[in-house]
Design a protein around this ligand. Sequence first.
Ligand SMILES: NC(=O)c1ccc[n+]([C@@H]2O[C@H](COP(=O)([O-])OP(=O)(O)OC[C@H]3O[C@@H](n4cnc5c(N)ncnc54)[C@H](O)[C@@H]3O)[C@@H](O)[C@H]2O)c1
Ligand SMILES: O=C(O)C[C@H](O)C(=O)O
Length: 373
Amino acid sequence: MNISFNSQNNIKSFTGLKSSFLAKESTAALRYSFSQKSQNNPRTSSSALQIMASFKVAILGAAGGIGQPLALLVKMSPLVSDLHLYDIANVKGVAADLSHCNTPSKVRDFTGSDELASCLKDVDVVVIPAGVPRKPGMTRDDLFNINAGIVRTLIEAVADNCPDAFIHIISNPVNSTVPIAAEVLKQKGVYNPKKLFGVTTLDVVRANTFVAEKKNLKLIDVDVPVVGGHAGITILPLLSKTKPSVTFSDQEVNDLTARIQNGGTEVVEAKAGAGSATLSMAYAAARFLESSLRALDGDSDVYECSFVQSEVTELPFFASRVKLGKQGVEAIISSDLEGLTEFEVKGLEALKVELKGSIEKGVAFAQKEKVTA
Ligand SMILES: NC(=O)c1ccc[n+]([C@@H]2O[C@H](COP(=O)([O-])OP(=O)(O)OC[C@H]3O[C@@H](n4cnc5c(N)ncnc54)[C@H](O)[C@@H]3O)[C@@H](O)[C@H]2O)c1
Ligand SMILES: O=C(O)C[C@H](O)C(=O)O
């Protein structure tokens, strides 16, 4: 389910593109593909049985809680011709299972460091959910010691094998793993800041859901930009910039902001030790991936929030709404930070302190043990 915007920030369409695998059109197509033997089911669209663009996508960490449902959503995309699944464990079964779905993309499994290079060869987009998730009582930063090294190793392989790919980093703490990835890519001499993305789509997905519920709005109409980073107070929903325009009481702003900032913790606590958000994250990652593929396919009207290298504040990385194009980030929508409410200005100042520390921690980690080009 994608909401895309034209340059005036108005909602242009529900999905943005007919080929969208979450679009109404392809819902009909999937209905067709699920039950194509039925004589009474006229072929309303052929998109589920035809590849509409030929992009290669790799998921690293594909056998995990996010990786599996994400792989399923990607397998349904008519924009994908090849789906490469990599994990250090259990990925063969996931690929065998998925490969029986009668959608066009070819699924291949890869495991162990020996197979990582062939997994990544000629890939257009690499999505990285590899790493450990939180348990109750932990912060995302508590994952740093394990996940920083995992991301560094995987990014080295990306640099060596598909340096031109879009890179989507899901592994936490995103506020540090994205700067780590940037440093490793620099050390390898292949850093392109326009193609490195921290995936913060889940914050937007949550904001849209919670605002629609609270204000009794039609979900498909709602879009809330979420800026800053992806942890606690660094997640700053700009409720004053909600589309359609809506008025919030101070209490509503407080409650909604806190719920959006704590959305991850809400799931971690509900799962009681069994991990963090996986299904909603797979959905959010699929939305961000689909937007990237549409941009790569030439759609000139694709906007998403993402944690990217940025000059909109004094920090080197910041999540903002960005315009996506064939070469990655085409523009960062800095105007979202103009005309903020007093509450948002305070939130922005407070988050910068924490975000700065997380970015510096990532950079220091990557600079301590430099990789060789
Ligand atoms: N950005 C976000 O909004 C967001 C949302 C939810 C979760 N996350 C993060 O995503 C990560 C994954 O979460 P999950 O619930 O899928 O965890 P999980 O433990 O269920 O899955 C992680 C997978 O990564 C694999 N893995 C570990 N090391 C690897 C390596 N070196 N190479 C390849 N694969 C490797 C594991 O085998 C496992 O299959 C966590 O760090 C979590 O905090 C981020
Ligand atoms: O909260 C987590 O640890 C996972 C993820 O970052 C989320 O926002 O759900």
